[in-house]
Every structure is written in C-alpha cells, then in structure tokens.
Ligand binder design. Structure first.
Ligand code: ADP
Ligand code: MG
Length: 476
C-alpha cells in the first residue's frame, strides 16, 4: 500500500467523521482499516462480523461516496472481517496496548511467559497462557463504592473472597456498563485478590487476548494443550467480551465457559452491554452468560466522582508530596467533568503534570484552564487560512487562485464568502488581516461576507450543514 493510499484514507475518514458525527463514527468506523486498493476497488476491513454487516446495511453508500469524493475512480468497496491471525502477525495489532497511558503494566504469568512476546510457537500451552497486564492501582482498596456500583462491587468482592472449594454463588458474574465506569477496575481487583490472598489460580484476559492466545495455539498445533491449560484455571476473568469474534474462538470460548462452570470454577466477565445485546455471539453463549448474575454499573454521580477524585489526589500525593489539590478544585472537576472515570483521571493527571512542570500550586483558575477540553470535548484546533482556502476550494470545485482573484461570478463569490467566514470564526485573525490574505481585499468586504454567511446559515440548512462539515474537516 502506498503512502498516498494512506493519506487518502485519512481524508476519507475525516470526511466520514464530519458527515456522520463523532459518536456514530467512533461506534462503527473507529476500527475500520484500509487493507489496500486496486484499480477501482478499495479494500477495507473491520474486526467483527457484526460491524461488517452493520456497516454494509447502514453505511455502504456513504463510505463509497466518501471514497469517490477523494478518488473518483473508486467504484466498489470491499469490506471484510480481519482475521485474528493476520492481526497477530502485524505489529499493529498491539497498538491498543502500546497506546495505554502511563501505567506500569505487570503480567500475571501462570508458569510462563507473556503471549504478546511469544506469539511464535507456543511450546506447551501452559507456557503460553500469559494473562493480560494488570495495573497495580486497580484494586479493591482504591475502588470507591457508591450508589451506581454497589451491587457490582459486592458481587465482585464476594467472588474474590471465595476460597478454593467454596460453593460458587454467581456463575458467571457478568458486569456491564458504558466506558470508564469501573468494569476493568473491578475485574482487575478480583484478579489481584485471587493471586495474593485466596491463592486461587486467577487468569485475567481481555477477550482479544483470549482470541490471540487461541489462534496462536492453533497455529502451533497446540490447541488441545491450550484448552486444557485454560480449563485448569480456577477463576477466569475476561474483560471486554464485546470484542470476542470469530466462529472458532467463540466455539472455544463457549466450551471453556461450560467446562469451567460445570466443574464449579468461577468465571467473571465484563462487557459494554448486557449479554442479550452481544449480537455477534451465538445464542447459546448469550444464554449461558445471562444464566449467572448480570449486574450493571450505572453512571458515576457527582458525589461518587468527588470521592474518586479525592482518593486519586491522595494517592498521587504519596508519590508527589508537593501535589496539593484544594477541595474547591476537586469539587469543580467533579461538577464539570461528567463523562466517566477516565476523564476524571485525565483531569487530575493534567493538574499534576502542570504543577510539576511549572512548579506552581494548583488553583481553581489553573484547573479551569487545564480541563476545559474535557468539559467541551472538542477544543478547536488552530486552523490556518491557507488550509481554509484549500479545503473550501476543493469542496466547491474552484481553485484557490479563484478565491483570491477579483472574479465576481456566482460560483466563486459564495465559496469566497464561506472561506472568509470560516477564517473569521476558526482563526484569531483580524478582518483587515483576512482581507489581505484574500487577494488584498478591504476589511469591509470581509465583514460583509461574514455577515452574509452568518445570516444564511440561519435559514439555509443545506449551507449550514456544508459549513459544519468544512469546520470539522478543518479541525480534525
Ligand atoms: P471500564 O473498564 O468500565 O471502561 P475502568 O475500570 O477502566 O472503566 O475505569 C476508568 C477509570 O476510572 C479508571 O482509572 C478507574 O480506576 C476509575 N474508576 C471508575 N470507577 C471507579 C470507582 N468506583 N472507584 C475508583 N476509581 C474508579
Ligand atoms: Mg475496561
């Protein structure tokens, strides 16, 4: 694949995102990748069958249109499901793990090495059964209990405290919630507790890791040993089950689940939705999952957010004695940052970084500045006038020289006005400065253009959408 392909792909993604909006984009397209293009066919892939069929039935034409806007020769999109095998072979497959921020991952190793580094032949499956990294900070001690997570916490605690041979009360324990509400925290707490106190063999795996492990074992013709090793685990903890894909891995997961549950071993699972909504899983797996205890974690209330922040701040202070966060600041963040636990953590990390780098105390004012974009998710990026001219020219099929020229035909006047309006709203340039950059026009001309477009967007929804799209493209 050439680098122009990649660049084009980036533009197509931007276009798509601008058209469908951030939410839709991240739900359906964030994991779509370009596999190549040949002649008139573009090859794209997604990680699950479900995504594939969803995109095909809802967005096929959109995606094609976005490609055609960048590459008119394109007449067909071929969408496939990436196989786990191919993904394990490309270094890219670890991108998610590499991208994890500032944590100091530790491995639980059951008699052996980490799968990530030993994807090549797994000599004996018990050697290959490495767990996913555990974050030392995610334990029961640091988990704050509130109304929205009481039940999930109690159930996880119960599971973690059980001893070998105890009657298993809820099996599987299935925890679900939106992102950042503490599922991984609870699951890792269970893993830590099991590995230290109760001395049961606990294996914590993300669903993706489970797949990679299984596929690697298959390739090494060691699937049987892999299965047996898995079934020797006393507590199996699987995170992000929504990512489990592939017929054979699902079948394997199903066998493992049945084998463990039937022999009284504990299974704990987290996912971003209830079992019934795991549309890519087979019905029998879903019903098995729903057969234990299914608990939802609700969104974090303001009180709970404040408590979490207090704990986090106190923990940070242990490592960074000078890091004092006044209560007023914590209250402000708890009120302002409403999304989820990750943003809370992000907010505190920024304060910490800022106070370390500038050696200044944390104040309300600094907090307001630092977390601004966590409150308003898209902090506008700095946009250049040249970029505006380029993007607008492309959108309206005129040249940049046309925009700067003195031509007054309708097909350039409107784009020119749009470009000036965008220059005024997306940059900090003054009207005279903008005039100069548009072929030496007077600032009153710019003002007129800005007012004109301002009025039009209120009445002309087509134009308003076009402008919204241009803005997004520019701010990407
Ligand atoms: P999920 O797996 O549900 O997406 P995580 O468990 O990764 O969410 O939580 C995101 C962040 O929020 C983590 O830093 C986690 O420690 C923190 N967090 C979430 N809920 C709590 C809680 N009840 N107490 C303490 N920290 C929490
Ligand atoms: Mg998680």
């Amino acid at each position: 694949m050439t680098s122009t392909d990649q660049e084009r792909w980036t533009r197509v993604k931007n276009r798509l995102r601008a058209e469908v909006g951030d939410d839709v984009y991240s739900s359906w397209f964030a994991r779509m990748e370009l596999d190549g293009s040949d002649g008139d066919t573009v090859k794209l892939s997604v990680p699950t069958r479900f995504l594939k069929s969803w995109i095909q039935s809802h967005y096929a034409e959109r995606v094609l249109a976005c490609w055609q806007a960048e590459e008119s020769a394109c007449s067909r999109i071929e969408l496939t499901v990436r196989s786990a095998v191919i993904r394990t072979l490309t270094p890219k497959c670890n991108a998610a793990e590499v991208a994890l921020p500032q944590r100091e991952p530790r491995e639980i190793k059951i008699n052996g090495t980490d799968l990530r580094t030993t994807i090549a032949p797994v000599s004996a499956a018990h050697d290959g059964l490495g767990g996913s990294p555990l974050d030392p900070r995610l334990t029961f001690e640091t988990f704050v209990v509130g109304r929205s997570n009481t039940l999930a916490h109690a159930a996880a605690k119960q599971v973690a405290q059980a001893r070998r041979g105890d009657l298993v009360m809820f099996n599987p324990l299935y925890i679900h919630s939106g992102v950042g509400l503490g599922k991984t925290h609870l699951l890792q707490s269970v893993a830590w507790a099991g590995n230290s106190g109760a001395e049961r063999k606990v294996l914590y795996l993300t669903a993706e890791k489970f797949m990679y492990g299984f596929v690697a074992a298959l390739r090494a013709q060691n699937a049987l040993a892999f299965k047996e090793a898995l079934r020797a685990i006393e507590v199996l903890v699987i995170d992000d089950l929504q990512f489990l894909q592939g017929k054979s891995t699902q079948a394997e997961f199903c066998h493992t689940l049945n084998a463990l549950i039937d022999s009284g071993r504990q299974v704990v699972i987290a996912a971003d939705r209830p079992p019934s909504d795991l549309e890519s899983l087979e019905e029998r797996v879903r019903s098995r999952l729903a057969g234990g205890l299914v608990v939802e974690i609700g969104s974090l209330g303001e009180e709970l957010r404040l408590e979490i922040l207090k704990c986090r701040a106190a923990a940070a202070k242990q490592h960074h004695p000078g890091f004092d966060v006044p209560d007023a600041v914590l209250t402000f963040i708890a009120k302002a940052v409403t999304h989820n636990g990750r943003d809370l953590e992000g907010a505190l990390n920024r304060l910490l970084a800022h106070s370390k780098l500038t050696a200044q105390p944390v104040t309300l004012e600094m907090a307001e500045r630092e977390v601004r974009d966590l409150i308003r998710p898209q902090e506008p990026k700095r946009v250049k006038i040249e970029d505006i001219q380029r993007v607008v020219a492309r959108q309206y099929n005129v040249s940049r020289a046309d925009l700067l020229s003195s031509r007054r035909t309708a097909n350039v006047v409107r784009p020119r006005q749009v470009a000036m309006y965008l220059a005024k709203t997306l940059t900090l340039r003054s009207l005279p400065e903008i005039g100069r950059r548009f072929g030496g026009r007077d600032h009153t001309t710019v003002l007129h253009a800005v007012r004109k477009i301002e009025n039009l967007v209120n009445t002309d929804t087509g134009l308003a959408q076009e402008i919204e799209l241009l803005k997004r493209q520019l701010q990407e």
